[in-house]
Design a protein around this ligand. Structure first.
Ligand code: PLP
Length: 410
């Protein structure tokens, strides 16, 4: 989004007009930005036989999935429902990796019957998979390399206390189960967390995975997961993907020498592809001055954007309606009846009641985590593509809140 002659625009469209047309609160996504991020990955991994599997849970709107499908990427899903949304969007089952955690074996069987690529995350399921399918259905194994990666304890998933993946210390047991059941392992996988800044930390995990890979002779792919960090504030350090690509390519070539063939290299970016492409627009309902604080109360809350309250995520906030107003200090809060804070002590151009504010980095884990708490409607979503604004999800109505409720017949 550009500030252009005192006008905020996305692909040349005035965002205030978009808010007027579709109302607030409103999620808006920019396909141009998604494409730009995808191209950085493509350029950086160009020397590898790579595949991108977009992690659907970041943003699951079908129109966004369709856009990514048309860019030639595959999908990483964590539930059978995400897989079905992916298939509705046009993804072929064989291009969808199913990476659930703690699901029932019935859900795994459903994924097999759909034809998804199965990623197995615990030994109990691996045993049942082996008993049921023997060597007739291949699978991937999710390894937990026990490295601490990423800056936020609530989104680290590769460390020793994590519930994700099969511990690298259990490989002996894994091989017992595989040999006994003739399981065909065609992939190995790791995903150690989000917001990994250092290429070096990523590489450390990758090298562990390459070592594990040598224990599996018939791999078709090695999946390095994701966790690439994006910028939340101006000047934030981000993962240097080009550097990561170079270092990983060197490590990969050395691995192939030892291994004797060239498995594909997969990545599963979610946040990296869609975070910066998303904008969340809200309206300032009230300005409330208390003895200590100037609050801006907006027409949304943590029901629509839970990340600040959930794991202290920072979302940059700007006043779109009055960009040249004098800067003042505000605490921006939502309308949910609980502590519901979006940002404390933010410097915003003077906010007047009725002004439109924007939250940046609202593409990933934003709408996809929204709920109806306080019986509020979830926002509409708009996709800006080739200079046009497309409504891709209607704002909810009372019917959406009551649809599955069954009042008693007293
Ligand atoms: C959530 C998730 C991702 C995506 O992580 P980001 O930090 O959004 O890039 C990738 N792989 C798996 C298995 C995940 O659960």
């Amino acid at each position: 989004m550009l500030l252009n002659e005192q006008q905020y625009q996305i692909q040349g469209l005035d965002v205030l007009k978009i808010c007027e047309e579709f109302g607030t609160p409103l999620y808006v996504y920019d396909t141009g930005k998604i494409k730009e991020k995808l191209e950085i990955l493509q350029k950086s991994f160009n020397a590898l036989p790579y595949r991108i599997k977009y992690a659907a849970k970041a943003l699951t709107n079908i129109a966004v999935l369709q856009f990514l499908q048309r860019q030639g990427v595959g999908l990483d899903v964590v539930s059978i429902q995400e897989a079905r949304l992916g298939m509705l969007a046009g993804f072929e089952a064989k291009d969808i990796l199913f990476t659930p955690n703690c699901v029932s074996f019935e859900e795994i069987q459903e994924a097999v019957s759909l034809g998804l690529v199965i990623n197995i995350d615990n030994i109990s399921i691996l045993e049942q998979f082996g008993h049921t399918y023997g060597d007739s259905v291949p699978c991937c194994i999710r390894i937990n390399p026990h490295i601490v990666a990423g800056g936020n304890a609530k989104i680290q998933v590769g460390h020793i206390d994590s519930k994700f993946g099969i511990s690298i210390l259990q490989m002996r047991h894994v091989h017992r189960v595989i040999q006994t059941n003739n399981i065909r392992v065609t992939g190995i996988h790791m995903h150690t967390g989000s917001d990994i800044l250092e290429a070096e930390v990523f590489l450390r995990g990758a090298n562990i995975l390459f070592e594990v890979a040598e224990q599996f002779p018939n791999l078709e792919f090695i999946d390095f997961g994701s966790g690439f960090k994006v910028a939340y504030r101006e000047g934030d350090p981000i993962t240097d993907i080009a550097d990561l690509g170079r270092q990983l390519t060197t490590a990969y070539e050395a691995f192939c020498q030892r291994y004797g063939s060239r498995p594909e290299v997969w990545f599963e970016p979610g946040k990296y592809l869609v975070s910066e492409a998303g904008f969340f627009f809200v309206k300032a309902n009230v300005i409330k001055q208390t003895p200590a604080t100037a609050f801006v109360g907006v027409d949304s809350g943590m029901n629509h954007l839970i990340r600040p309250m959930f794991y202290d995520a920072y979302h940059h906030i700007e006043n779109v309606s009055n960009p040249s107003g004098a800067p003042r200090i505000y605490t921006v809060v939502g309308y949910i009846c609980e502590t519901d804070t979006f940002g404390i002590d933010r410097k915003l151009a003077e906010v007047r009641e009725g002004d439109i504010l924007v939250f940046r980095n609202a593409g990933a884990y934003a709408f996809s985590m929204a709920s109806n708490y306080n019986s509020r409607f979830r926002p509409a979503e708009v996709l800006i593509h080739e200079g046009k604004a497309h409504l891709i999800r209607k704002r909810e109505t009372l019917d959406d809140l009551t649809r599955n409720q069954v009042p008693m017949e007293w």
